[in-house]
Design a protein around this ligand. Sequence first.
Ligand code: ASP
Length: 341
Amino acid sequence: MNRKINVIYTGGTIGMIKSPETGALEPFRFKDVYEHLPMLNIIDAEIVCEEMLPLIDSSDTNPDFWKRLARRIYDNYEKYDGFVVLHGTDTMSYTASALSFLLENLSKPVILTGSQLPLGVMRTDGRENILNSIEIASAHLNGVPRVPEVCIYFENSLYRGNRTYKDNAEHFNAFMSANYPKLAEVGVNIKYNDPFIAKCSEKPLILHDEMDDNIGILKLYPGITHQAIRSVLNTPGIKAVIMETFGSGNAPSNEPFLHLLKEAVENNIIIMNVTQCKGGGTVEIGKYGASVALGKIGVVSGNDITTEAAVAKLMYLLGHNLSVQEVKHWMGIPLRGEITV
Ligand code: ASP
């Protein structure tokens, strides 16, 4: 059966072509995509390609962009069997994380992809990435979509979007998901990793379109000054801080540092402990002496969440006007498979 897939181009390298006049890379109008990708005409799905204007370099994504994209998918949800979002690679993991929270109860695939080389360049990786994403977005098993969640497809691998991070600016294999297995691998056949793929929701799709961006990131490093820490914790209006710690969630143990954190927690600022280690598990407050005090102060464990997903999840939860206790509670619960507890 022919499935109907909506391809939404938002910007980024994939939609560029070498200008015949200047030789420089310029975005092309995506309605002309069939000229650059004639295989789209023979693919076993009905494809509707659209642009979401203005096209942006993904460095310009922000909560407004995420809300617009989520709304667009929500508004067209009934018309299509799946969505493929073409997006710059630089912040694709943030957008995938944000969409996973803004679209609750998904029962259709939303697959983000892009490329390291533009579609208009001979050796582009964009061609395979788009065609495989469309095939995966159309895939069904026993009458239900095979991957009903927000994913990133890149260089033969399908990942849960809110588990990924951009790992390489040069290799075609640009994304990683260190704490969650791939959802599928593409070779001659597509091998789906079914036990790790979310189940189709039977509830109606809910669009959340509030996000609160009053958050900050405090990356610890040996020698960090108290002024540097204060500049983050004392940001006017700040409600939550992702504190990037060492190893399994460790931080300096000196009194003045702990006092700064304690003061912030007492002022109702949520401090999430997210490790700087990409893989190898989870934050374990109290495993080492260097993190025992954090637990006593009321710093919350981010478990194995990525910074990208923590940013999106905090903005999403804070957007719901929850109490500090409620936000802390929900940060510890997997809402879209973003953490393992
Ligand atoms: N700077 C570009 C972007 O993220 C890079 C890319 O598309 O891969 O929009």
